[in-house]
Design a protein around this ligand. Structure first.
Ligand code: ASP
Length: 325
């Protein structure tokens, strides 16, 4: 009995030392960041920029894997259930907080099944339409929506996505239910908007800025209180008479709950290097996004944000009464 106990204590000490040593050496193989939306979209764009910079800092390849579907909850579930060894991470957005209310039967808990690493960036949204959509401005769009209702189609990335949230606020403000078309991310939705198969969408500036500047889509408003330096001619939703349609999309990086603190610290260090890397900050600024700072790319800041955003959106979603299940 006594020997057994001593052996167990020794084994625990050896194993403990082993995992501490491997945490110090982390990473010794490529790290995967799961993006819970399709490739080529706004969350993917931010993630690839950050992953490239983190590859340099960590000395190991940081690979992006797109696991789209169910408004981002399929990709999030994948990471919640992954080994907590730091090699499978999640880069998600505001949906990490809204899905807690929108999905009454989630297979994971967005607040407790993840170890926050840090905030990545803030990205505004834009209300956009196919190029030949008749309404010339927001006033005309409101009139057209009231006249045509669900003849107008609205693209989103599924329930729980930022485009869903923005569309929900837009339809509430207009008091008109549009016909929703769900995609696995707003990259395929943008393809259909460009092809004229769908009429309207809200999407992050990281996906719409080049198209707006190139004149390939129409823009009605930005969903921020102030105009954006990157799109100075585009009015805000407040200016356009829709003050309740305000959504700021924030992105965060997470590991599964139970990841070793030393591994999280190493990832946090690499994230902080990424959000202050001029290659990342310059490109994000061109796309209308604001990177996190060394102070906000931290576990404490992201944990606090997730908690406060779950509390902020819960009553809004409950008032809309739109659930995924
Ligand atoms: N912009 C998408 C959303 O509406 C997600 C994406 O494809 O990045 O949430």
């Amino acid at each position: 009995m006594r020997h057994g106990l001593v052996a167990a204590v020794i084994a625990t000490a050896v194993l403990g030392a082993g995992s501490a040593a491997s945490a110090q050496e982390f990473p010794t193989k490529p790290v995967t960041i799961v993006v819970p939306f399709a490739a080529g979209g706004p969350t993917d764009t931010v993630t690839r920029l950050v992953a490239q910079s983190m590859t340099g800092t960590l000395g190991q390849q940081v690979i992006v894997e797109n696991v789209g579907g169910a408004g981002g909850t399929l990709g999030a579930a994948r990471v919640a259930k992954a080994d907590p060894d730091g090699y499978t991470l999640l880069l998600h957005h505001i949906g990490q907080a809204t899905s807690a209310t929108l999905y009454r039967k989630l297979s994971y808990d967005p607040a407790t099944d993840f170890m926050p690493i840090g905030i990545v960036a803030d990205v505004p949204m834009t209300v956009v339409a196919r190029k030949d959509f008749p309404a010339a401005d927001m006033k005309a769009l409101i009139e057209q929506a009231k006249a045509e209702g669900d003849v107008i189609t609205y693209a989103n990335a599924g329930i729980g996505s930022a485009s869903h949230l923005c569309g929900m606020l837009l339809m509430q403000a207009l008091d008109v239910p549009l016909t929703t078309v769900a995609y696995k991310g707003t990259a395929p939705a943008m393809n259909d908007l460009l092809g004229g198969q769908v009429d309207l969408m809200c999407d992050q500036t990281t996906n719409t800025t080049s198209q707006i500047k190139g004149g390939t889509i129409k823009v009605y408003a930005v969903t921020t209180p102030e105009r954006l330096p990157s799109l100075p001619d585009v009015p805000t939703t407040v200016e356009s008479g829709l003050p309740d349609v305000q959504v700021g999309v924030w992105h965060g990086l997470y590991a599964p709950a139970g990841t070793d603190a030393a591994v999280v610290a190493r990832l946090e260090e690499a994230l902080q290097a990424a959000v202050t890397d001029p290659n990342v900050t310059q490109r994000l600024a061109e796309l209308g996004a604001t990177p996190a700072t060394a102070e906000t790319a931290t576990p404490a800041a992201l944990e606090q944000l997730v908690t406060s955003e779950i509390a902020r959106w819960r009553p809004v979603i409950e008032a809309a009464g739109q659930y995924a299940d």
